[in-house]
Design a binder for this molecule. Structure first.
Ligand SMILES: Cc1cc2nc3c(=O)[nH]c(=O)nc-3n(C[C@H](O)[C@H](O)[C@H](O)COP(=O)(O)OP(=O)(O)OC[C@H]3O[C@@H](n4cnc5c(N)ncnc54)[C@H](O)[C@@H]3O)c2cc1C
Length: 236
């Protein structure tokens, strides 16, 4: 789906795009990280690890967000929003409160889970915390060896723990993941058993691209990437 559609087209599809989800709870995990629980008819939705839902954030703009947790019987689902303050989506989700209603599309996209690979590595930032939360139960259930690396702003350093994530390492968001030499010195690349892991690299486009180059030249693992945002670019 496009991140922006003309108003006349939005009006044409108004019936299809009308609010279908109601907010039942909001909580601030940090000043920048807001978790929202929605209620709606999700009985026919197909949730896969890595799929994203499009949220209507203004009359003409749509943005991608990941369902972190869902319970189809109860009709509830959670999304974890990064309130970075730079865009219409961030500002809109910052204002959302209990009982608000909005349009959220069914999930679609790229399945990021490789069930046949024992070692699973996931890299991301604040925008990837929801994906990590959706990944964790299946990684544990299928007894994978797994680790998460997150690059996070200072105020979000304790968020993975507050969200109940496990086997994670938090790095400051200081440009290190733009430095190939620094990345190649990470402990991940020093352990032979991780050479054939599944590498899921998501979040900031530049960090993802740099990390991908290092994984490619240091391992024979399967690499899946998806840029979630890029400096100066609206609505990836
Ligand atoms: C498949 C997929 C799943 C995603 N899941 C989530 C999710 O679960 N939670 C979540 O919070 N985000 C998620 N994102 C990222 C989110 O869609 C983008 O961050 C989006 O750009 C936010 O829209 P916006 O209107 O706030 O900013 P935009 O209007 O898109 O961008 C305006 C400015 O803000 C900057 N910007 C955008 N995002 C960030 C950021 N995170 N940090 C700092 N600056 C930023 C842009 O570079 C640009 O300069 C996902 C993206 C994809 C593609």
């Amino acid at each position: 789906m496009l991140s922006r559609i003309p108003k006349w087209m939005g009006d044409l599809f108004e019936g299809l795009l009308r609010p279908n989800a109601k907010i039942v709870q909001t909580s601030c995990v940090s000043p920048q990280i807001k978790k929202i629980r929605f209620q709606g008819d999700i009985s026919k939705m197909n949730f896969q690890i890595g799929y994203a839902n499009v949220i209507r954030v203004s009359e003409t703009e749509y943005r991608n967000y990941t369902v972190a947790y869902h319970d189809s019987e109860e009709g509830i689902f959670d999304i974890i929003f990064h309130l970075h303050g730079n865009g219409v989506g961030s500002r809109y989700t910052d204002t959302l409160e209990k009982n608000d209603v909005l349009y959220i599309s069914p999930p679609r996209g790229k399945n990021l889970y490789e069930p046949d690979v024992r070692q699973q590595f996931i890299f991301g930032d604040e925008t990837s915390l929801g994906l990590a939360c959706s990944f964790l139960p299946i990684l544990k259930q299928n007894q994978h060896q797994f680790q998460f690396y997150f690059e996070l702003d200072e105020e979000n350093q304790n968020v993975p723990e507050l969200l109940g994530l496990q086997n994670f390492t938090v790095f400051p968001k200081n440009g290190s993941f733009r430095n190939e030499k620094w990345i190649s010195d990470l402990p991940l690349f020093k352990t032979p058993e991780w050479k054939s892991a599944s590498f899921v690299l998501i979040g900031n486009v530049k960090s993802v691209q740099t990390f991908r180059k290092v994984v490619r030249s240091n391992t024979s693992g399967k690499i899946t990437t998806q840029g979630y945002w890029l400096e100066g670019k609206k609505g990836l």
